[in-house]
Design a protein around this ligand. Structure first.
Ligand SMILES: N[C@@H](CCC(=O)N[C@@H](CSS)C(=O)NCC(=O)O)C(=O)O
Ligand SMILES: [Fe+2]
Length: 261
């Protein structure tokens, strides 16, 4: 009798959705282990404005949301992680220790964030901000998972995050990308936190070959970054202080305590 448990069946354990918030051109990612009886799920870089959409999708798919994760302290929109905590019981907020922000869990390089049998591994990729991290999918015990890197604003498709505020450093960003992202297998999918040109996904191999900034030597890269002449994000003065407390704009003692416990 034929064995139909082919490798494509084995990869169906990971449920993956890419979601978009149009005002800030932000991607939010939903991942879940649907092979696990609880169907545990996580959201990467949720936006406050689209939290209800995300919760509704989680419900439709019968998932149990356990983590709301940020790649960094965003400057252009308010994170949905704090709001998700108030709307979905049991959700834990996650951000890097180096971001110096309030969250339930502070992660650092090498940590693994498990959802069911699957996990995300943390890589420190500072440069756009001091606390930027990239989350890379890892395999379950006996199931291969498509390899994906959630790069936040460190590596964008054919671009990269700016380095002119929030402790940014083009020297650090250059080395983060070359040592932590470009060393991943070339077929690793790149999923960034934003896209302004209509791209949705790239690969490590594609960016090594075609990224117009990061294919250059470091000195040329620094010069490109110094001459971007981008206006500051419109929401920076509101977004950064709010995102340092998980996106909750209510600074009452109860709310901050709830966010940081
Ligand atoms: N116009 C937008 C902000 C655009 C912007 O500055 N994007 C950031 C990522 S969000 S912190 C960035 O790093 N861009 C790099 C680039 O090359 O575009 C707004 O006003 O919100
Ligand atoms: Fe950013």
């Amino acid at each position: 009798m034929m064995d139909y448990s082919t490798s494509s069946d084995l990869t169906t354990k990971l449920l993956f959705r890419q979601l978009f918030e149009k005002d800030s051109s932000t991607y939010t990612y939903l991942l879940a282990d649907v092979g696990h009886p609880d169907k545990p799920a996580l959201l990467i870089d949720p936006v406050d404005k689209t939290v209800d959409r995300d919760i509704s999708l989680v419900k439709d798919l019968g998932l149990r949301l356990i983590y709301a994760i940020n790649t960094h302290v965003h400057a252009d929109h308010i994170t949905g992680t704090g709001l998700l905590k108030t709307k979905v019981p049991g959700v834990k907020s996650v951000i890097s220790k180096a971001s110096n922000s309030k969250a339930d869990m502070h992660i650092e390089a090498g940590d693994k964030i498990y959802f069911g049998d699957l996990f995300l591994e943390v890589r420190a990729t500072p440069g756009h901000t001091q606390g930027c991290v990239t989350y890379v999918t890892g395999d379950g015990p006996d199931q291969p998972t498509p390899r994906m890197a959630f790069t936040g604003d460190t590596l964008l498709i054919r671009g990269c995050g700016r380095t002119d505020f929030q402790g940014g450093s083009s020297h650090q960003l250059y080395h983060s990308v070359h040592s932590q992202i470009f060393t991943l297998p070339k077929d690793t999918y790149i999923y960034p936190a934003h896209d302004y040109k209509g791209f949705t996904v790239s690969t490590v191999g594609e960016e090594i070959q075609y990224n117009p900034r990061l294919t250059k030597g470091e000195e040329t890269f620094k010069s490109i970054m110094e001459n971007l002449n981008l206006p500051y994000p419109k929401m920076i003065d509101v977004a950064v202080p709010a995102n340092l407390v998980c996106g909750l704009q209510d600074y009452s003692a109860e709310s901050v305590a709830a966010t940081s416990k």
